[in-house]
Design a protein around this ligand. Structure first.
Ligand code: EPZ
Length: 430
């Protein structure tokens, strides 16, 4: 099994370009099932997860080809409506084919995703929403079978808590439903807005983009889409945090600074200089921090739905504040088990105590953060370990890096270009 080997202690300098957003590409690729034709999706990151989604579309009868960052998806002939366990267990976002298949075929049979490292990840809100549109759902043998009783009929759907893929699934199930669907307490993440843009280019009639109330007026037909995937705000935030942690200065390009309001404020509170411009950030440690005259300041963080601090940057931010002056409290409100990275950070010397849904991080001086073998447990935890490895003195070896490859395009090469001493190794560690 391959590992990543990092010799830490080197500040990052230079320029990095951000790839398309994984969490926008997945629902948008699923949405190509809505109507027969050739869809053009641009700025698609080449990741383990996007390859899995394309493989799933293939099992349903679609064909696809990639030319650079553009993917052409032909959904003229669908040969099935079933998403098998073998695929869904590797990527829970496979449930995103439910909505478009219900619209296209009136039927779908999708394996229940099961839990993952960060939580139980149920889809009860998705299923309740479908039922309100006139769908009958049956759970059997680990699968959910969804079938329209007659036609999809517009209704008012209310989510107890905002769900990103739940909102996306209900959007795709309602675009051709008879009448109007109102989705209340909808997720407002930019990736939902990117899907709304795609659906509108296909001819859908949707009001309320980027708000928590979406109104969908059912239409009678749709056309194939041409859409650009937005920049990945979580990849962007990961590099901003990595530079803050290593004490360098980097220009981050091909990104959207307006998508990271909470992180930029928290980085500035920690003593990081964050300059914003159209499509780019320049991030560096403040003069004093760079001259080691003072350490980063500790910062409290509470993860929230957008535009609050993203849960997908919680692990990475923890890897930053382990070196801060003082104590930082990191409170995770979205997932029930998203502290798997804590034990691994402790192996590098971090002083962290978990107290329920909070992690109490007591900052230690840089020289006490020492490299060691660690194990990735989930996608964002693996990014956290990379950041900590970039800071730690000596060698850090990270195993199970397939987690990282799910959501970061060419991360090793991008970090090498910024001066990091990092490489992949085929190791015997399992
Ligand atoms: C999306 O997952 C993202 N994935 C996640 O990114 C992200 O962490 C999450 O949103 C929160 O922002 C994709 O977009 C592919 P939710 P999703 O439904 O939609 C509970 C990454 O690292 N809930 O918004 O699955 C749920 O348990 C990944 O890129 C229910 O109880 O998350 C959680 O506590 C990880 N019932 C909360 O809602 C439901 O039916 C928010 O989950 C649905 C959700």
């Amino acid at each position: 099994m391959d590992t990543i080997i990092i010799r830490g202690g080197k500040p990052l300098h230079g320029t990095v370009k951000i790839s398309g957003a994984k969490n926008a590409a997945l629902p948008i690729l699923a949405a190509t099932l809505l109507v027969a034709g050739t869809h053009i999706v641009r700025n698609v990151p080449d990741l383990r997860d996007t390859r899995t989604m394309l493989q799933l579309l293939e099992t349903l009868g679609a064909t696809h080809r990639r030319e650079g960052t553009t993917v052409y998806v032909d959904t003229c002939e669908l040969s099935g409506a079933e998403a098998p366990y073998e695929l869904v267990k590797t990527m829970r976002a496979s449930v995103l084919v439910l909505g478009p298949l219900l619209t296209r075929a009136g039927y779908a049979r999708v394996s229940l995703p099961g839990g993952c490292a960060i939580g139980a990840r149920p889809i009860n809100y998705h299923l309740k929403g479908f039922e309100q549109l006139g769908v009958r759902t049956i759970l059997a043998q680990g699968y959910v079978e969804a079938r329209c009783k007659d036609v999809l009929t517009g209704s008012t759907v209310y989510f107890d808590t905002p769900t990103v893929t739940g909102t996306e699934n209900l959007l795709m199930a309602s675009v051709m439903a008879t009448g109007t669907t109102i989705i209340k307490n909808a997720a407002r993440e930019p990736e939902v807005g990117n899907l709304v843009d795609m659906l509108m280019t296909m001819g859908a009639d949707i009001e309320g983009k980027d708000t928590d109330r979406l109104t969908v007026h059912g239409v009678r037909s749709l056309q194939p889409a041409t859409i650009d995937i937005i920049p990945d705000r979580i990849e962007t935030g990961t590099y901003l945090i990595a530079v803050a942690a290593t004490g360098g200065r980097v220009r981050v390009e091909q990104c959207n600074p307006t998508h990271l309001p909470a992180l930029t404020e928290k980085l500035r509170s920690a003593g990081i200089a964050v300059e914003e411009e159209e499509g780019a950030f320049t991030v560096s440690c403040s003069e004093q921090v760079e001259r080691n005259q003072c350490r980063l300041r500790s910062v409290d963080v509470k993860t929230l739905v957008y535009p609050g601090f993203p849960t997908d940057l919680q692990a990475q931010f923890m890897a930053l504040v382990i070196q801060a002056e003082g104590t930082s409290i990191i409170h995770e409100t979205i997932f029930e088990n998203r502290f798997m990275h804590v034990a691994e950070l402790q192996r590098l010397g971090a002083d962290i105590t978990i107290d329920g849904a909070s992690a109490v991080v007591r900052g230690i001086s840089l020289e006490k953060i020492c490299g060691a073998p660690v194990m990735a447990t989930d996608l964002r935890a693996s990014a956290s370990l990379v950041i900590a490895g970039l800071v730690a003195s000596g060698i850090t070896e990270i195993s199970r890096i397939y987690h990282l490859e799910r959501g970061y395009e060419n991360m090793i090469e991008k970090l090498q270009a910024l001066g990091a001493d990092i490489h992949r190794s085929s190791s015997t560690i399992v």
